[in-house]
Design a binder for this molecule. Sequence first.
Ligand code: ADP
Length: 638
Amino acid sequence: MAAETDASPARAADRALVRRVARLFGPYRGRVAFVVVAILISSGIGVVNPLLIKVVFDNALFCGAGCPDLGLLGRLVALMVTLPVVAGAVGVYQTYQANLIGQRVMLDLRNRLYEHLQGLSLRFFTGTRTGEIQSRLANDVGGVQTVVTETASTILSNIVILLSTVVAMVLISWQLTVLSLFMTPVFLWFAKRVGEARRRISEETQSSLAEMSAITQETLSVSGVLLAKVFNRQRDEIDRYRAENDRLARLQIRREMVGRVFFALVGTFFSITPALIYLAAGWVDARGGVAITSGTVVAFTTLQTRLFFPVGQLLQVSVEVRSSLALFGRVFEYLDLPAEITEPEHPVMLDPERLRGHVALRDVFFSYGEAGNDGEQAWALQGVDLRVEPGQLGALVGPSGAGKTTISYLVPRLYDATRGSIELDGIDVRRLPLATLAGTIGMVTQESYLFHASVRDNLRYARPDATDDELEAAARTAAIHDRIMALSDGYDTTVGERGYRLSGGEKQRLAIARVILKDPRVLILDEATSALDTTSERLVQQALQPLMVERTTLAIAHRLSTILAADVIFVLDQGRVVERGTHDELLATGGLYAQLYDQQFSGGLVEARCEDGFVMASGRILHHEREADEAAREPAVG
Ligand code: ADP
């Protein structure tokens, strides 16, 4: 429960949220107005029939002499038949319009969110679980739709029903109204209790469901099952699952029962109140000296029953409104995230064709925004200066965590430098239009990502207008054409997440073909460290060589061949360039590069397997030299 003092800021925040939600409906103002009017009509009409009942009873049926008045009765009955039909028709059309608005608002919101997410920097995605993003886009936005179509209409129509009913009751007999409203608090109290119980149960159910899916996700994945098997923890996992499953089943039963109790409650009130009204009517008549006609009693009891459902629904809806507001809050939270990498205010327009491809980092400092051990900002890069001439190959070498990947992210502006600048042909990349930058720089990452689509579509991702001949030429250059032709449907074979599984080397070659097709001026290459067999290794190298021709390449090099081919090698350690030069020069210096070379590189790969056990500090390989040697000889596992 929120403390008293917290309530008002929280309420102000809620109000701001409600206003923001209301603004989403701005474009549909006309329709919303129509729905409101329709609700007023359809809910308001409902109260006319009970009023007519009184007239039927007192003026047409039982009015003493001259009754029954068949003419009047006929007209009244005709009205009583017509009104519900009209109300029903208006109600149906109103629901259609409400749904239409709801769907449109949701569609807008989803589109906006997706577009916004696409514009967010890599920092957001590395810091957020994928499932979380998906769930906000799918479930939260979807959940919001019910408020829009159902909740809002429910609230309005129930309020109209309540008010019109009370007014009608007063019109018929204010004395009876006063008496019967005494009973409402009792009902309210019950309904509120039931509502609270429901909310508690549904919260618990939500958390139980989340827990269940977390358990299944963790334990039924390949790695999870593997872990459970090798540590012999399967029994424990089963027990954990069972316990949670039990809890869920109990909660479901409780939820059903609470719902049932609520209906029983409404039913009971339905049955009891007419009886109580008869009593009250007799009492008012006898003691109060007010004559109560039979029409009054019948009309009144009919009106009275109209009160309970709206009250019950309004109570329940208040719970829904809370949870929907929370959903809106979650969606807005994402929408409010600033897109860190934005278009320059005063972009330098230049013809990408004329770019020479000179890449330079000038005194670049970069931090992922995390604090180091000493509480100071942890720098991933500190004062990095490097230059790669047009058409040259620059190799980044260094122990794991030295900052190589970070540099590869800064050049295409996946992140922006904290201090210093990255320049393309002497122009700060932050001053180039994002599209120019993206068109100029191509990237081959360690993990080659393929969409669940045909080989052709995956290749075309780089250049949608590429012809089949161009695709094939690129694939040939990347030494993957023959392999593609050997697939069941050639270029039309579906690959990717759930498609045909290509090997690591094949995926890399496909990714290389994709970049060849794009033909960027500048290439950022992160060579895969995963062990490939000799044939794949040779094929990947064969694919890489033509890729680097005639473009500036900045390569995170793990292969001897790449390093030997490099025009300049930058040796990084702890975010600084500690050595630079050609292979021979660096070897002659006998520094970190020479050490790295001795340790692994002479075996073909530089840093490939120094992930955990044999990480270095201050540029020195501290330990596990023997293991490192072994690891260099054997394919890494796990
Ligand atoms: P390398 O590619 O040379 O192995 P990285 O550029 O990946 O090194 O990392 C440089 C430093 O930045 C490391 O200390 C690493 O832990 C840190 N780092 C890398 N990525 C992130 C991230 N997304 N968030 C926080 N720190 C990161």
